[in-house]
Write a protein that binds this ligand. Structure first.
Ligand SMILES: [Mg+2]
Ligand SMILES: [Zn+2]
Length: 206
């Protein structure tokens, strides 16, 4: 399967967006897919659109779990998705924290969201223009993260989404480009929007 060449892709937050928000995933067994996650990725996979995971895993810096565990958790994620015919084209995580934890991981890195490091890495790997990409996440901070690089920000109501939407939207300083029930509906909206965009040139509509 070939991926890329689209010039755009979709970045996903992990916890609360593709997998259940359970606090720190300190054992692979705590990872569970959310409904709609595999469907969302399958739709992108079939469309040849890169699907990239970007997740902060400061539990490493905080000493809650070792960095190898993040890889083991992601192996489980890949196998759960694979069993449902879906995959992520790349997985990036940030194990750092600017002011907590082990010296090796305690640094003001460029990869901890909302810093753009992981988006830039994905853009370079798949030749993407970030202003044409999307970020899907369950927090308004994921939307702000998207907007900071000119990408579209889609907020899902899974994970922290429903609570942030219900109780905190009066204080939001960014507005989601779309509010989706779950990751599947987010991708449905993105693909719809992109197919309209591609039809536009030369299309004569009455
Ligand atoms: Mg999240
Ligand atoms: Zn980092």
């Amino acid at each position: 399967m070939t991926v890329g060449g689209t010039g755009w892709g979709v970045f996903f937050d992990r916890d609360g967006t593709l997998t259940e928000e359970v606090g720190y995933v300190n054992h692979p067994g705590r990872l569970a897919l959310l409904p709609g996650a595999a469907e969302a990725l399958r739709d992108l996979n079939q469309a040849g659109v890169p699907a990239i995971l970007v997740t902060n895993q400061a539990g490493v810096a905080r000493g809650y779990f070792r960095e190898e565990l993040v890889g083991e958790v992601h192996d489980r994620l890949k196998s759960l998705l694979g069993a449902l015919g879906a995959h992520l084209d790349a997985i990036y995580y940030c194990p750092h924290h600017p002011d907590v934890g082990e010296p090796h991981y305690r640094r003001d890195c460029n990869c901890r969201k909302p810093k753009p490091g992981m988006l830039e890495k994905g853009a370079a790997a798949f030749d993407l223009e970030l202003s044409r990409c999307y970020v899907v996440g369950d927090k308004i901070s994921d939307v702000a993260f998207a907007h900071s690089v000119g990408a579209g920000g889609v907020m899902v109501l899974t994970g922290y989404g429903l609570g942030e939407y219900t109780y905190q939207r009066g204080e939001w300083r960014s507005e989601p480009d779309f509010l989706a029930r779950d990751a599947a509906q987010a991708v449905e909206w993105i693909l719809e929007k992109e197919s309209l965009r591609e039809e536009r040139p030369g299309a004569s509509r009455g």
